[in-house]
Design a protein around this ligand. Structure first.
Ligand SMILES: Nc1nc2c(ncn2[C@@H]2O[C@H](COP(=O)(O)OP(=O)(O)OP(=O)(O)O)[C@@H](O)[C@H]2O)c(=O)[nH]1
Ligand SMILES: [Mg+2]
Ligand SMILES: [Zn+2]
Length: 301
């Protein structure tokens, strides 16, 4: 038996690195198949660099998404999540809201990187609209940086290195936002290392269709993930959801009815808060959408 760290997930199998740096191709049975990148596991070698998952150690945290049919674990035991956005391809405010909610629920600090600002050079109107929208969704509680990985790499590196050193960070975002480009900037050779691993296992050419941890200098650990198009939150209960929206929760405590749905009830503090501008309409819309989803899901069981 060996202790190992899960460094890549291909869905059905995983790569795990033992204490001596040896990479094993790992498989799990039953519950032991629910392994995430960042998990500390115990493995039982079965020969030819292959091993079975014997045990998964308790997690500090886990970021995952889930819809009615299945859940997808992004990564575990994280120090932070970086969400990458851009104007092209266009970011989805809804996916931002969902990521924000998932990170809050998992108690993992989120940072937003709005990438490709070079595209918006000379278009301050659009940039201001983006800044405004991000502020409205995050309430200004999420550190947000405006960067250009390809056009201002040195600046990007100077900004991010101190924020990311000695930390394990999951990089999330829709496809094409620049996640892998950022990883290659901060960890030169990350791709080469990936190719090496793939070739050693005869798994063919590397693409960002799997989740993979990359190791850089100064304890930098960056987890690349495939771009997502959906972010289901079926694993949250209604009270989990409310705890991720403390602005609405706190205002809602002042409603006349304890079970106020904040829709058409009289003396609804949430509705009043929306009218006088203390609450954000974007967050209210997101909250109601997520709540309706959870109610629908619980009815179909
Ligand atoms: N203009 C501009 N293009 C960029 C910038 N950063 C990345 N790109 C380009 O955006 C494209 C997508 O970058 P990737 O790093 O592959 O995106 P990704 O988020 O890893 O995408 P998936 O792996 O599909 O999830 C590439 O052509 C990059 O060169 C930037 O700062 N400005
Ligand atoms: Mg990628
Ligand atoms: Zn109300």
């Amino acid at each position: 038996m060996l202790n190992a760290l899960v460094v890549a997930s291909y869905g059905r199998h995983f790569l795990a690195r033992d204490d001596r740096g040896t990479i094993w191709q790992v498989y799990g049975k039953g519950k032991r198949r629910d392994v995430a990148v960042g998990d500390e596991i115990v493995i039982l070698p079965s020969g030819d660099m292959q091993a079975w998952v014997e045990d998964i150690q308790p997690r500090k945290n886990l970021v995952y998404r889930s819809d009615a049919l299945k859940s997808k674990m992004f990564a575990a035991n994280l120090d932070g999540v970086l969400l990458m956005l851009a104007i092209s391809p266009p970011y989805s405010p809804e996916l931002l809201g969902r990521t924000l909610t998932a990170c809050k629920h998992a108690e993992v600090p989120l940072t937003i990187l709005f990438n490709k600002v070079d595209i918006l050079e000379g278009d301050s109107e659009t940039l201001e609209a983006v800044e405004q929208e991000l502020l409205e969704i995050t309430l200004g509680e999420v550190p947000t940086h405006y960067i250009s990985v390809t056009e201002r790499p040195a600046e990007t590196e100077t900004l991010l290195r101190p924020l990311l050193e000695k930390k394990r960070t999951l990089i999330l975002g829709q496809s094409g936002m620049g996640k892998s480009t950022l990883i290659n900037l901060l960890i030169p050779g990350a791709l080469a290392a990936t190719n090496e691993i793939s070739m050693a296992l005869n798994a063919g050419k590397h693409t960002t269709t799997h989740t993979q941890m990359h190791f850089g200098e100064e304890g930098l650990e960056l987890i690349d993930s495939p771009g997502f198009q959906a972010f289901g939150l079926h694993h949250l209960s209604e009270s989990d959801l409310l705890n991720a929206f403390t602005d609405i929760r706190d205002e809602g405590n002042k409603c006349r009815f304890a079970n106020c749905q904040h829709k058409r009830e009289p003396d609804c503090a949430v509705k009043n808060g929306l009218e006088d501008g203390t609450l954000s309409p974007a967050r209210y819309a997101l909250y109601q959408m997520l709540k309706a989803e959870l109610q629908e899901a619980s009815q179909s069981y």
